[in-house]
Design a protein around this ligand. Structure first.
Ligand code: NAI
Ligand code: MG
Length: 353
């Protein structure tokens, strides 16, 4: 096979939407003439309840032999969320140095914008994915007492800030995007975010002189996302700020059912992982009504990363064609179609291009 893909469908709607993504990938293989070897791993909450861990001890070694990982979603009421996240997703993201979390924010046809001016939105978010606010450094003191304290440390390194800045700027250059916008809060978070500001600005100025650069406090930037989302090209943010901004971005263009992401190791010395922004959606799991678009689009991002740019573009076009026609819509975007009907419609649209 040209590419070996590890598939972790996960919990809840994860396996439901993953089936549709695999269907579309099969179409892409047949039409575009590359071959995928797909291997599925049952690492989810059920696995945890049976084995006491989210993946085998040598799970990362196994995954490392693949070209990419396609991930569904995890989360189950029977297992604490911090276990599912810190024992499966975080080890993969951190262990494979997937320090870029890439999220496109793009208007889709037929999806009404919640914004008054209704203009098309098209930008990308580069979220730092390996350090920052999401650290396990810290602890709790005086549990149960009046004076109880929690300390949660943010870890920002010069190397970490430099590499995410370079990744965002390179993407801007390669895609003809003129401007990079950095999210910060260095007026209040004075140690970590000042380091962020200094090194982001230095890298842009020293290495990417052709790009326009701007920096906003993240609270103001959240307002600008709503007031003038058309004014952004590439938004660069730390782990926490990027997480929140990208869900806000997702809300601007139709919601979680439509939003893909990539956890990318730009050096390609480890596999990258592609997953929808949404979680396991326990409120609708098992009903066959989840929207598979976020998962299918994530598979397209994976193909793009692997170098199959034409196939990736065709999948995104197929999603747009189905939405533009407006006949097949899942419940989250105002229709009654099932997960399978949506997946099949996108597969058909792909073939009919
Ligand atoms: P969620 O994303 O699972 O659901 C939020 C809301 O969006 C729900 O009303 C859900 O029905 C809806 N929704 C999500 N995806 C959809 C889709 N494809 N089609 C239609 N509607 C969709 O987030 P929530 O409820 O905060 O978390 C549920 C579980 O998922 C938790 O255990 C959480 O820890 C986990 N989670 C896992 C993530 C991952 O695997 N990377 C990311 C986010 C949450
Ligand atoms: Mg999030």
């Amino acid at each position: 096979a040209d590419y070996r893909i590890a598939v972790i469908a996960g919990d809840g709607i994860g396996p439901e939407v993953m089936d549709e993504a695999l269907k579309v990938l099969c179409e892409a293989e047949q039409e575009e003439g590359f071959s995928l070897e797909v291997q599925a791993f049952p690492w989810n909450s059920e696995y945890y309840l049976e084995h006491g861990r989210m993946m085998p001890e040598d799970g990362l070694d196994t995954l490392q032999t693949f070209d990419a990982i396609l991930f569904g979603a995890i989360g189950d009421a029977r297992v604490p969320d911090e276990v599912t996240i810190w024992e499966l997703i975080m080890p993969i993201r951190k262990g494979f140095r997937q320090y870029v979390n890439f999220r496109p924010v793009k208007s889709l046809p037929g999806i009404p914008s919640p914004l008054a001016n209704g203009e098309d939105i098209d930008f990308v978010i580069f979220r730092e994915n390996a350090e920052g606010e999401y650290s396990d450094s810290g602890g709790r003191l005086y549990a149960g007492q009046e004076g109880e304290i929690a300390i949660q440390n943010t870890i920002m390194t010069r190397t970490g800030v430099e590499r995410i800045t370079r990744a965002a700027c390179r993407y801007a250059e390669e895609h003809g995007l003129g401007k990079v916008t950095s999210a910060t809060k260095s007026n209040a978070v004075i140690h970590a975010n000042k380091l962020w500001d200094e090194h982001v600005r230095r890298i842009v100025e020293e290495e990417f002189g052709g790009l326009q650069f701007e920096q906003y406090y993240v609270d103001a930037l959240a307002a600008y996302f709503v007031q003038r989302p058309q004014s952004f090209d590439v938004v660069l943010a730390s782990n926490l700020f990027g997480d929140i901004l990208s869900d806000l971005g997702s809300g601007l263009v139709g919601g979680l059912g439509l939003s893909p992401s990539g956890n990318i190791n730009p050096e390609k010395d480890y596999p990258s992982m592609f997953e929808p922004v949404h979680g396991s959606a326990p409120d609708i799991a098992g009903q066959g009504i989840a929207n598979p678009i976020a998962q299918i689009w994530s598979a397209a991002l994976m193909l793009e990363h692997l170098g199959e740019k034409r196939a990736a573009g065709r999948i995104v076009k197929a999603i747009e064609d189905v939405l533009a026609e407006g006949k097949v819509k899942t419940r989250d975007i105002g229709g009654t179609a099932t997960t399978r009907e949506m997946g099949s419609a996108i597969g058909e649209a792909f073939k009919n291009q």
